[in-house]
Design a protein around this ligand. Structure first.
Ligand code: NAD
Ligand code: UDP
Length: 319
């Protein structure tokens, strides 16, 4: 297949390109580098099945030649207002990537009669009142708070994707991605894994936002990409959660990172950066992924962090 990947220079997009190329496909990466990093694609220079178009997906997209598939991954993804890459600091760009970018990429899929896969998110569920989260849960989402620029853009993107499927009969899929980590995350992107790893490897105190009792369920990138590829090939149209259902609270997570990096510096507690918008609990119910895709994660949190740490050591110049 000849496949367009938007957000290709990002963390997940670059791993997705690698997987698609490994499966024998031809890949066209697209990115405007607003939060991504050209280095994430540097190893693909010279690969004759890979090409790259620098472009903002909020603007009309033209791809010469035929296309068989489109993955729409372009969007800022970090909620941290302390990072210049946090979507709270890129609010209009985030809404445009989710709304106009989804419209444009669906338009490309329609023009080429190509399959389409949308990178959606567990933020669809907001600060969830149901636990764990099943795909049938409608969510508990603030429509106009600081995180709304991301959450509502993704909710719009899901609705538009289903509209193109129902009205234009496009073969669409929607993956709801839960917290995923691994090499190629930006060191300064502000999400909890890069923040904690950077702090721990530099011998600094880990910054706990709030009391640290809030939970997340962390998935290693190779597991996630495998689930996404299976979903793309499956022809399933309704949303599917992909994530690791092993739940941990942020305090336990911080202790694990300190132990793995032998960081003895005390943690520090800070006011909840995002006020009441920070979800208190998050864990995917992956029953649908298991039954429809035969998928489940295999990499444990400790194993995944061990695979991630060397990348951060190199990025921080500590090697
Ligand atoms: P990332 O910031 O590393 O990658 C996003 C990429 O999209 C970047 O390379 C950025 O430059 C590009 N981009 C953003 N706006 C663009 C635009 N208008 N035009 C072209 N390119 C643009 O983040 P990520 O973690 O790789 O996230 C990728 C996708 O997965 C996003 O859609 C995100 O919402 C979704 N997602 C990720 C997670 C996670 O845990 N990593 C969780 C839920 C959803
Ligand atoms: N967090 C933290 N310290 C940090 C960064 C994040 O305690 O330095 C917390 C954050 O408040 C949230 C959780 O870690 O409760 C996960 O945050 P992240 O930014 O990775 O993404 P989210 O899951 O909230 O979208």
């Amino acid at each position: 297949m000849r496949i367009l990947v938007t957000g290709a220079a990002g963390f997940l997009g670059s791993h997705l390109c690698d997987r698609l190329l490994a499966e024998g496909h031809e890949v066209i990466g697209m990115d405007n580098f607003i939060t991504g990093n050209p280095q994430n694609l540097a190893h693909l220079a010279g690969n004759e099945r890979f090409s790259f178009i620098r472009h903002d997906v909020s603007n009309f997209i033209f791809v010469p030649g035929k296309l068989d598939g489109v993955f729409h991954f372009a969007s800022p993804a970090s909620p941290n207002p302390n990072s210049p890459y946090g979507y709270v600091n890129l609010p209009i760009q985030t809404m445009k990537a989710g709304a106009l970018g989804t419209h444009n990429t669906l338009g490309v899929a329609r023009a080429h009669d190509a399959r389409f896969l949308l990178a959606s998110t567990s933020e669809i569920y907001g600060d969830p009142l149901e636990h764990p989260q099943t795909e049938s849960y409608w969510g508990h989402v603030d429509p106009n708070g600081p995180r709304s620029v991301y959450d509502e853009a993704k909710r719009f993107a899901e609705a538009l994707t289903m509209a193109y499927h129902r009205f234009h009969c496009i073969n669409t899929s929607i993956v709801r991605i839960f917290n995923t980590y691994g090499p190629r995350m930006r060191v300064d992107d502000g999400r909890v894994v890069p923040n904690f790893l950077k702090q721990a490897l530099c011998g600094e105190s880990l910054t706990i936002y709030g009391d640290g009792e809030q939970t997340r369920s962390f998935c290693y990138v190779s597991d996630l990409i495998d689930g996404i590829y299976r979903l793309f090939m499956s022809g399933e149209h309704d949303p599917v959660n992909i994530g690791n259902p092993v739940e941990t609270n942020i305090l336990e997570f911080a202790q694990m990172i300190n132990a793995l990096t032998q960081n003895a510096t005390e943690m520090t507690f800070h006011p909840q950066q995002r006020g009441e918008g920070d979800p208190q609990r998050r864990r995917p119910d992956i029953t649908r992924a298991q039954s429809i895709l035969g998928w489940e994660p295999h990499v444990s949190l400790e194993e995944g962090l061990q695979k991630t740490i060397p990348y951060f050591i190199t990025q921080l110049g500590l090697a």
